[in-house]
Design a protein around this ligand. Structure first.
Ligand SMILES: [Zn+2]
Length: 221
């Protein structure tokens, strides 16, 4: 079992609160006059909640971890094969699930530019195609790299898609495209919107579950 670090912050607050910072870090904010005994009692009382959250956090970190030899693309794990001669270029073999590269892919930065390039080539046309084919009042598709959102839409008929979607399986990409396109008809998450989205995109629930479990992908880049 990994050692858990507790970070205790004394503050001018009324009530103590506990929050999970990472899979190995728990933060406590407590009133200024809070005693050690009270802290111990609080932790004991919250123990099962903390344990549950730490496991969940560890699973999320695992899902978002960077492994230099693996490059997730559209739900597939490509094996990274380093080739000196390739310099800055990369080549995907989708049959063998190999990615040939001349640069080491061991940092978020080294990976981000590949995802951004692929996003321009893959996400944009896919969204335009779907939008026009199904009669949504779509004007423009923009690729962005938000930390908190997989996509957005604007009342002017533009939608934005996060290039980090390139890590998600195709049906999840299609869900986000459908989700944003549907906002061009309903500018909210109301009942009518939800009903229409579910009817239009049949794997909505499955995709939302995937996104909930992989939200950390947004923040790691
Ligand atoms: Zn929405």
């Amino acid at each position: 079992m990994t050692e858990i670090e507790y970070i205790i912050l004394y503050k001018d607050v009324k009530n103590a609160c506990v929050r999970i910072i990472s899979s190995t870090k728990v933060g406590l904010t407590v009133p200024l006059n809070y005693t050690q005994d009270k802290i111990a009692a609080l932790l004991a009382q919250k123990q099962s909640w903390i344990d549950k959250k730490l496991i969940l956090m560890a699973q999320r970190e695992e899902a978002a971890a960077i492994y230099p030899d693996i490059f997730p693309l559209l739900g597939e794990n490509y094996k990274v094969i380093f080739q000196n001669g390739l310099l800055n270029s990369v080549r995907f073999d989708s049959q063998k699930l190999h990615l040939y590269t001349g640069i080491k892919l061991d940092t978020p930065e080294s990976r981000a530019w590949i995802y951004k390039l692929r996003a321009q080539k893959y996400l944009k046309p896919r969204a335009y195609y779907t939008g026009f084919k199904d009669g949504f009042p779509l004007k423009k598709v923009i690729i962005r790299g938000q930390k908190h959102k997989w996509g957005t839409c604007s009342s002017r008929g533009n939608i934005s898609l996060n290039w980090k979607l390139m890590m998600a399986p195709e049906y999840v990409v299609d869900y986000i495209i459908a989700h944003e396109l549907m906002h061009l008809r309903y500018m909210n998450h109301g009942l009518e919107y939800k009903r229409e989205l579910r009817k239009y995109f049949l794997r909505t629930e499955e995709a939302e579950t995937w996104l909930k479990a992989h939200g950390n992908l947004l923040k790691m880049y």
